[in-house]
Design a protein around this ligand. Structure first.
Ligand code: OGA
Ligand code: NI
Length: 358
């Protein structure tokens, strides 16, 4: 399977549509009734995802460390999602990273067009996921870039403006790689595996890391569309920096959608499909989506920590017993991610398709 070189139809920037002041959204963005933010007979979930103080991981008291590891593990088993505070990344760096991206999206369109992406690598400025002609599209633009492995990092594909953008993003991504490494240990320990198990299964030093900054412009008819359709993240683990004061992310739980209310300077951490596979579904990669807003734009930075592309990912042997047979067939991440790149976000259909035949 190969990704085509070009988009199947001309790209329209959602931000341009939004700024043109239209009061009805084009049909291309109107979702079928069952996928709209509030479908008939569906109520919104009232609870919130767990909030975890990761400061406990650095405690001198082993009981506090153990309790924190337990809370992270429980959140990943029960929810697949949690908010993390005291995670070790400086608040001013988080704010700055979001701000330089917001400034980028407010540059003149000619400048941004210089970074227009193609479905071959997705790197750069984009406005759709998937290459199916005539597909219903999401109400968002984005910017995708590679950070690791170093041979995939191409600074010419990173925005040169606003000033300091590259330095800020470089520092921010460096911090997130460190945080991810710590969380991988926590997740491994909580599964009862060697603390380096998941990191090694991801390829040790050769892991992949990339950033997708989402820009959700104001939308005149937010009830008819979505900023990002329901999906689970295909990679290993995602660390999301949400907009501090504009909610939008919703997580699916017991058939209801729960709107995440971001805590100050918290990250939203979630399990991706590759860790669901490695943990043989002990940790869950949960469906989520984004709703849009009539009065406010929203910027979010999704950092993806992924396995190296060419190694086989399969359930950890130590988690397999006669009562717990492997649930998934082995597959490389390069092969796996082609699915979302071709078809766009489609709930959890992909990880389901990896299930072992019964
Ligand atoms: C994503 C994602 C959520 C958000 O980029 O995969 O789920 O709040 N983003 O933008
Ligand atoms: Ni996601």
């Amino acid at each position: 399977m190969n990704c085509s070189q070009e988009w199947p139809e001309p790209i329209i920037r959602v931000q341009s549509l939004s700024e043109s002041g239209l009061n009805k959204i084009p049909d291309r963005y109107v979702k079928p009734p069952t996928e709209r933010p509030v479908s008939a007979g569906e109520e919104e979930g009232k609870v919130d995802i767990p909030l975890i103080d990761l400061g406990g991981l650095f405690s001198a008291d082993p009981a506090t460390v153990q309790m924190t590891v337990g809370r992270v593990g429980e959140a990943c088993r029960e929810w697949g999602f949690f908010q993390a505070v005291n995670h070790g990344v400086r608040p001013d760096l988080m704010d700055r990273a979001r701000e330089v991206w917001r400034e980028f999206f407010h540059l003149p369109m000619e400048v941004k067009q210089g970074y227009a992406n193609s479905p071959r690598t997705y790197e750069g400025y984009g406005s759709r996921l998937g290459v199916e002609k005539g597909a219903i599209l999401d109400w968002s633009d984005y910017y995708f870039l590679h950070y690791l492995p170093p041979n995939l990092k191409d600074c010419d594909k990173w925005p040169a403006q606003p000033p300091h953008h590259r330095e800020v993003i470089e520092e921010y991504l460096g911090e997130l790689v460190k945080l991810s490494g710590r969380l991988m240990k926590v997740l491994s320990i909580n599964l009862g595996l060697d603390e380096d198990y998941l990191q090694n299964a991801f390829g040790g030093e050769d892991i992949g890391a990339c950033l997708r900054t989402n820009f959700y412009p104001k939308c005149p008819q937010p009830d008819l569309t979505l900023g990002l359709s329901s999906h689970s993240d295909p990679g290993g683990m995602t660390i999301l920096l949400p907009d501090h004061d504009v909610p939008g992310l919703q997580v699916r739980r017991d058939g209801k959608w729960i709107t995440v209310r971001p805590a100050p300077h918290a990250f939203v951490v979630n399990i991706g499909d590759q860790i669901q596979v490695l943990s043989n579904a002990i940790y869950k990669s949960i469906e989520h989506r984004v709703i849009v807003n009539p009065n406010l734009e929203r910027v979010s930075l999704a950092f993806f920590y992924n396995p190296r592309g060419d190694i086989l990912i399969e359930p950890a042997k130590d988690l397999i017993t006669p009562e717990n047979p492997p649930l998934y067939l082995p597959m490389t991440f390069n092969e796996y991610r082609l699915f979302i790149r071709l078809k766009g976000p489609r709930g959890k259909s992909q990880v389901e398709s990896l299930k072992c035949p019964k």
